[in-house]
Design a protein around this ligand. Structure first.
Ligand code: C2E
Ligand code: MG
Ligand code: MG
Length: 574
């Protein structure tokens, strides 16, 4: 006999299940996670309040008459639930967008199977991931876009080019990369401030974006450097060049129109370098480098123009890179020498010499300073070279001091703009002269006008300090630069050196002879000495003397020669 208490009572069991279910539902309903629960046939069994709030649905039981897809306005959901029921496999992270109360939101649903009080149920949990998506987008934006212009940055450009190259490899069509640099942007930034500079960059970005097709990319690499990547040009090289050129010219013209900025109207122009590619023949870095080289070509041939990358240019660049490498080694191994070219007075007496650097290259032979000095200036190698020249000159003057036929000579050395702008230049010269016990008046520094223009005030101070102890200064290549007379008056100079181009033409060209006479009269007016360089013929010599020039340097008297030869000539002359 079984007592009523222990007998299996179906009603009690059912009641217990219902209670458990109600209890579970009560808990679930108030959970902060949004969800709805379905039975094994896919009918909604319950929805919780969080879900209703998330979808701005009324807190009623309208769901009883709907499928989940209809209830949430997401028809695709029904299909997915059916798949989960049929396969028994969960469905994770089903994303969908919905407009809720007029605002776009992004949701993520997880569909899984569960046992609810002993029965199979489907649980659909929904998360609102709008904020997460926004922050992901923000991270993406920061990583791939330039914050000032909102254009793609270098990284995104790289990705796009990678895609374009794959497309080009399949289609056989050319693509082009244009490297765009604004001319004189630095001046605008320096004179008007960065805000105005930024404004111009934004205006440029807008104009560029307006002038390309949809599939093309406009990117900003930084500073005033932009890149436009063109896709799907012709498959025939010459046609592709024409197409790219037409677009580049259009961009050039567009960017050269005046800009109405907040405070000023500004005129600007771009220099554009273009490089074509097809497939993956060249790497992205190579194509960009080629376009960059072409851009430099555009800059160096007068700016505001379009240049195409040309393989000959690359050869020249590579040669230059080799030369740079060799020059570094030459400085380390001290393969430089000084040659000396005499300077004479009216009676032909040797009064001094100009020290001219020579580089004996193991393969190329003698490399002219005209070829390597500009390179040395650009790369900063002129500084160790310049220091070496000062040291050599002082050491030489010291030796000449002990030689009766040499001790009266003034030795001129060429000083490059970069050298003089070093903070410790004055100390360097003073220390070296002291080290060798050189009388300052024996040393003359030849400067060119270009350096003076860089920073006149600084030049005046530095020259003044050296001049105070007796060092002399000559203005080299005078007449070829842009020195204004007011600067000339303030610079502590001793001598003007008439540039050899005027001397060369003095007998043939009226302008040159007028120029020479003018320079001589300027020198006289300012109380400066004068010397003519590049004197090759008796005729030139006679003209110069006639105009009142009494100091000369040139092949007529002597070419630049090695030290021993120069000393021999000086001893002969005594
Ligand atoms: P520069 O200072 O104007 O030197 C005069 C140049 O004219 C020298 O060329 C000299 O050899 C050349 N010359 C002299 N007389 C005649 C002549 O009668 N006819 C012709 N046709 N040429 C003549 P170089 O030695 O090739 O030097 C070229 C330039 O390289 C120099 O022009 C100078 O600016 C620079 N340079 C040379 N040595 C140094 C140096 O040690 N340091 C720096 N910074 N620059 C140097
Ligand atoms: Mg010189
Ligand atoms: Mg000169």
């Amino acid at each position: 006999m079984t007592s009523a208490l222990f007998s299996p009572d179906v009603t009690v069991q059912r009641q217990a299940r219902q209670l458990a279910r109600a209890y579970t539902e009560q808990i679930l309903c108030n959970l902060p996670v949004a969800f709805l629960m379905l039975d094994a046939r896919g009918n909604i069994g319950m929805v919780n309040r969080t879900l209703q709030q998330m979808f701005a649905l009324p807190d009623d039981d309208a769901w009883r008459h709907c499928t989940p897809g209809v209830y949430l306005g997401l028809p695709e959901l029904n299909e997915r639930i059916a798949q989960v029921l049929a396969s028994g496999k969960h469905c994770h992270e089903l994303g969908f967008d919905q407009i809720i109360e007029g605002k776009p939101r992004t949701f993520m649903a997880d569909i899984s199977l569960a046992q609810m009080a002993g029965e199979l149920a489907v649980m659909v949990m929904v998360q609102d991931v709008t904020a997460r998506r926004h922050s992901e987008e923000e991270v993406h934006r920061l990583a791939f876009y330039d914050s000032l212009t909102h254009l793609p940055n270098r990284r995104l450009l790289h990705e796009r080019l990678l895609q374009s190259m794959s497309i080009s490899a399949r289609s056989g069509k050319y693509g082009a990369v244009m490297f765009i640099d604004l001319d004189n942007f630095k001046t605008l930034n320096d004179t008007q401030g960065h805000d105005v500079g930024d404004e111009l960059l934004q205006a440029v970005a807008a104009r560029l974006s307006r002038n390309v097709r949809e599939g093309d990319t406009v990117a900003r690499l930084g500073g005033d450097e932009f890149v436009v990547a063109l896709e799907s040009l012709s498959g025939i090289a010459t046609d592709a060049v024409t197409q790219a050129e037409t677009i580049a010219e259009k961009i050039r013209a567009e960017l050269s129109q005046p800009y109405q900025l907040k405070t000023i109207e500004h005129a600007s122009s771009p220099s554009i370098g273009v490089s074509l590619y097809r497939g993956h023949q060249n790497s992205i870095d190579e194509v960009l480098k080629q376009a960059d080289m072409a851009m430099y070509q555009a800059k160096s041939t007068g700016r505001n123009r379009v240049c195409f990358f040309d393989p000959a240019m690359q050869v020249a660049m590579e040669l230059r890179a080799d030369l740079e490498e060799d020059l570094r080694a030459a400085i380390r191994r001290q393969q430089m020498q000084l040659h000396y070219q005499m300077q004479v007075d009216d009676s032909g007496r040797i009064i001094g010499a100009e020290a001219l650097i020579r580089w004996q290259h193991r393969e190329r032979g003698m490399v002219s300073p005209g070829e390597f000095i500009p390179l040395a200036e650009e790369t900063g190698m002129i500084l160790p070279i310049g220091d070496w020249v000062i040291e050599q000159a002082c050491a030489q003057l010291k030796l000449w001091e002990m030689d009766a036929s040499m001790r009266h000579l003034v030795l001129s050395i060429n000083v490059s703009p970069r050298q003089l702008s070093q903070t410790w230049f004055v100390e360097k010269v003073k220390d070296t002269m002291e080290k060798y016990g050189v009388r300052p008046a024996r040393l003359k520094l030849e400067l060119t006008e270009s350096f003076i223009l860089d920073d006149v005030e600084e030049a005046i101070v530095k020259m003044g300090e050296l001049r105070d102890i007796g060092v002399c200064f000559a203005m080299d290549d005078f007449g070829t630069g842009y020195s204004s007379l007011s600067y000339l008056k303030r610079l502590p100079l001793d001598q003007l050196k008439i540039d050899q181009s005027f001397v060369r033409d003095i007998t043939r060209d009226k302008n040159s002879s007028v120029m020479v006479r003018t320079i001589i009269s300027i020198a006289n007016n300012f109380g400066l000495g004068i010397i003519a360089e590049g004197v090759e013929t008796d005729e030139q010599h006679a003209f110069l003397r006639q105009y009142g020039c009494i100091r000369f340097q040139g092949y007529l008297f002597g070419k630049p020669v090695p030290l021993a030869e120069f000393e021999r000539l000086c001893h002969l002359a005594e």
